[in-house]
Write a protein that binds this ligand. Structure first.
Ligand SMILES: Cc1cc2nc3c(=O)[nH]c(=O)nc-3n(C[C@H](O)[C@H](O)[C@H](O)COP(=O)(O)O)c2cc1C
Length: 248
């Protein structure tokens, strides 16, 4: 494989958001998992686990994620007073991490830009809450993908566990792509733990950091969307002998 082949593979992976129902053959799934184990990890601890659901288990997960999603719309809409009210109703998102927390001010514009671009691509007005909710609900169904995955990280080795899980997941996604299998990381699925716990015996120390979908992308317009890929940012090297810049 030449470097261009790798560049092509890396560039061809994108987050697919509508899948055909066709199952991913077991041997393909196994080959992808085999590749994912080649990722490096902190002191070779591999402080993460995967849960994979297909068939009826995946469908039960879709149904319970949809129920959880619909119960917590107020939180998602950041309705006034919900923080106080929601815990009383028992409908608070029970995820291990808060996924609806505010973004740091320097990163927020990028999140807004990609949402704007995606909604624009889909012809959804940003103020059309119903249409946005309908699109977001599709996350809960893993966009119809035949394989729903969950990434669990060891709470005792943070932040390295999260880093290692990310290294593994991208290796998995690239291998999937090489096998013609599309993917989408689905952080929204980490908003809730109960649906996952109803289907899998997750060891006590492991926290759900993201879900993901694997399958074959349909030719729905949403799959023509491509997010901007900004260049990696490099920290400016300090001039030799110069004191740190003011405020640094
Ligand atoms: C950890 C993680 C969680 C994500 N969660 C979601 C999600 O819940 N829903 C979604 O549509 N995309 C999700 N994405 C996809 C990102 O929006 C996407 O990677 C980004 O916009 C760049 O687009 P690309 O993956 O097509 O290159 C997630 C990505 C990552 C890495």
């Amino acid at each position: 494989m030449g470097p261009e082949d790798f560049s092509q593979l890396a560039a061809s992976r994108y987050s697919a958001r509508d899948f055909l129902p066709d199952p991913v053959p077991q041997e393909v799934l196994e080959a992808v998992l085999e590749d994912a184990r080649q990722a490096p990890s902190w002191s070779n601890t591999r402080p993460f686990m995967l849960a994979l659901a297909t068939g009826e288990r995946a469908d039960r997960l879709r149904a319970s994620y949809l129920r959880a999603f619909d119960k917590t719309l107020d939180v998602q809409h950041k309705e006034r007073g919900t923080t106080a009210r929601i815990p009383l109703t028992g409908a608070a998102p029970d995820g291990d991490y808060k996924i609806w927390k505010a973004y740091p001010s320097d990163l927020r514009p990028h999140s807004i830009a990609v949402a704007k671009a995606l909604y624009g691509h889909l012809g959804i007005d940003r103020r059309d809450r119903q249409a946005r909710d309908a699109h977001n609900r599709r996350n809960c169904e893993a966009f119809g993908a035949p394989v729903i995955g969950f990434v669990l990280i060891h709470s005792g080795l943070m932040p390295f566990a999260a880093l290692d899980a990310g290294l593994m997941l991208q290796t998995l996604f690239l291998s999937a792509k090489a096998h013609g299998v599309d993917s989408c990381p689905i952080g929204i699925l980490a908003g809730w733990r109960a649906p996952l716990d109803a289907e899998f015996d997750v060891p006590r120390d492991y926290r759900l950091v993201t879900g993901f979908a694997l399958g074959y992308a349909s030719n729905a317009p949403v799959n023509e969307f491509r997010a901007e890929r900004r260049p990696l940012r490099l920290v400016a090297p300090r001039e030799e002998g110069c004191p740190p810049a003011a405020g640094a």
